[in-house]
Design a protein around this ligand. Sequence first.
Ligand SMILES: Nc1ncnc2c1ncn2[C@@H]1O[C@H](COP(=O)(O)OP(=O)(O)OP(=O)(O)O)[C@@H](O)[C@H]1O
Length: 256
Amino acid sequence: MISIKDVSHRYTAKGREETVALSNVNLEIEDNEFVTIIGPSGCGKTTLMRAVGGLVQPTEGEITIDGQRVTGPHQQAAVVFQNFALLPWASILDNVAFGLELQGMGKADRIAKAEQYIKRVGLSGFERKYPRELSGGMQQRVGLARALAVETPILLMDEPFGALDQQTRRYMQEELIQIWEGDRRTVIFVTHDMEEAVLLGDKVVLMSARPGKIEEVIDVDIARPRDPEAVERSEVFAEKKEYLWRRLREMYQVTA
Ligand SMILES: Nc1ncnc2c1ncn2[C@@H]1O[C@H](COP(=O)(O)OP(=O)(O)OP(=O)(O)O)[C@@H](O)[C@H]1O
């Protein structure tokens, strides 16, 4: 379980006013839960996710994973970035195997594991290609395979589909649901998209800006396995989306 207790974070840069990115955030995330985070730009979504990964040290409060306090980068989480963050000079196979090499895995094992995850994201046959030879959607599948391959219990996804066109994004959402339902991990998924938040999440965490805090945690009581098309036609999906939109609109009216 991930436990976020009274976490606040202030960024201080010389000669600049300090920014309160997070204020008194409390949240518990169960093992294998899929949590989406949504909120206005600058409300601290990325900061919260980075804090769980140990990449940001909160100025107050604490985060624990299975009771262990997070004090720096750790092996419990892998990250999928919006801009894919692939190594341009390395093949798809090497990109996916890279994290395994850092873990100290031997060559034959890491090639086998990388091939297994490349297959899982539907990219078999592209192992020897380079990132520039792939479309954006395919590059992000590589990013996903790389994060899955290290087999961490937690996946941190920071607007992973934000740079993709609408159809590709939709396709990737379907694939992610399928992959995750077959191979559950704890997922924290940051998004700007209300439909994406509801379609994917077991819970939607709604944050507000200035200072960044949690407004509400909304349970998405839609059964799994989820068939995205059926979900989108359902009443509960429409209700949750409408509710989120109303809450976000209220926030924009306050901050605009
Ligand atoms: N390294 C930093 N130094 C100073 N301020 C920062 C830094 N990183 C983020 N901030 C500020 O902290 C606040 C929260 O940023 P954060 O990126 O966590 O928000 P976000 O909700 O992910 O934003 P977005 O939706 O635009 O990606 C913002 O006001 C941002 O400008």
